[in-house]
Design a protein around this ligand. Structure first.
Ligand code: ADP
Length: 263
């Protein structure tokens, strides 16, 4: 009888070790796939603008271009846009490096939400969305909502969410930003009409390096870092972020920030 107990115990132990080994192998495999994807995407993100800059600068090297100011301006604009794009990419990778640490140094100040949003939308997002036949609407109540936040990081958070709302949309992007004052804080909800996220993928989207495989399928590039950074910054402001989504209908990302209290 003792022997029987002993062999059952050994067998169970063996099965447990085997299961653990299989689990480790699968995890390693997933990690190496994630790493490979990351390097591929990173290469793509940097190579394309660099190639465009190289071609444009070759054109500008032609002495005859001076006789065609319109063409010259066009190529100078291309170089300018691509450099901005590259700078943003580098900024993102730096954000990622920072978010690897547990905390980010915040410089919080009282900010008016409406002008902050309108400035970002007018400069970048409205022209971008309208060029694809869509639009962005802001609903803000009351109109003078103030937040106590780090301007740079909060703008990065909103940019990340708007970039995604546009990137993961295959039709004319219709985006609504709804800002409300609540009893104990403020909420900012960004709603899109994009491809949506399935129930299985939803719990993972805030994980570092996580990308839904269909993201690659539609040739939408990214690092799988944006939402991880967004969540970190929301938490560091004492707030949080929630998401609701339905496949082929769209997604809504809602940020909550606590009310500013003078201490
Ligand atoms: P990235 O966009 O660089 O891949 P993110 O961390 O910003 O990384 O997003 C993680 C994943 O979540 C994305 O790869 C995408 O599949 C999914 N996702 C994020 N935002 C949206 C959205 N608005 N609509 C549909 N899918 C989204």
């Amino acid at each position: 009888m003792t022997n029987w107990y002993f062999s059952t115990f050994v067998l169970l132990l063996f099965l447990l070790i085997l299961a653990y080994a299989v689990f480790i192998i699968f995890r390693q495999k997933r990690l190496s796939e994630i790493q490979k994807d990351f390097v591929n995407n990173m290469t793509h993100e940097f190579k394309t603008p660099l190639a465009t800059i190289k071609i444009s600068s070759e054109v500008l090297k032609n002495p005859n271009i001076i006789n065609n100011p319109e063409r010259l301006l066009n190529y100078a604009m291309i170089i300018n846009n691509e450099t901005t794009h590259l700078t943003n990419q580098v900024e993102r990778v730096l954000q990622m490096a920072k978010s690897g640490k547990d905390t980010i140094q915040l410089n919080k100040e009282v900010l008016e939400l409406n002008p902050l949003l309108e400035n970002m939308l007018d400069k970048t997002y409205r022209p971008l969305v309208r060029s694809r036949g869509g639009d962005i609407v802001v609903e803000i109540e009351p109109s003078d909502i103030k937040i106590y936040a780090d301007e740079l990081h909060i703008k990065n958070v909103i940019s990340n969410l708007l970039d995604n709302a546009i990137k993961y949309c295959q039709q004319k992007p219709m985006i609504t930003i709804n800002c409300k004052e609540l009893k104990d804080g403020i909420s900012v909800a960004i709603k899109d009409n994009g491809i949506g996220i399935s129930k299985e993928n939803l719990p993972h989207i805030f994980d570092k390096f996580y990308r839904i495989p269909t993201g690659n399928l539609h040739d939408v590039k990214g690092f799988g870092l944006g939402l991880n950074y967004v969540k970190l910054i929301c938490r560091q402001h004492g707030g949080n972020i929630k998401v609701t989504s339905e496949l082929e209908k769209g997604s809504e990302f809602c940020i909550f920030m606590p009310k500013f209290r003078k201490s």
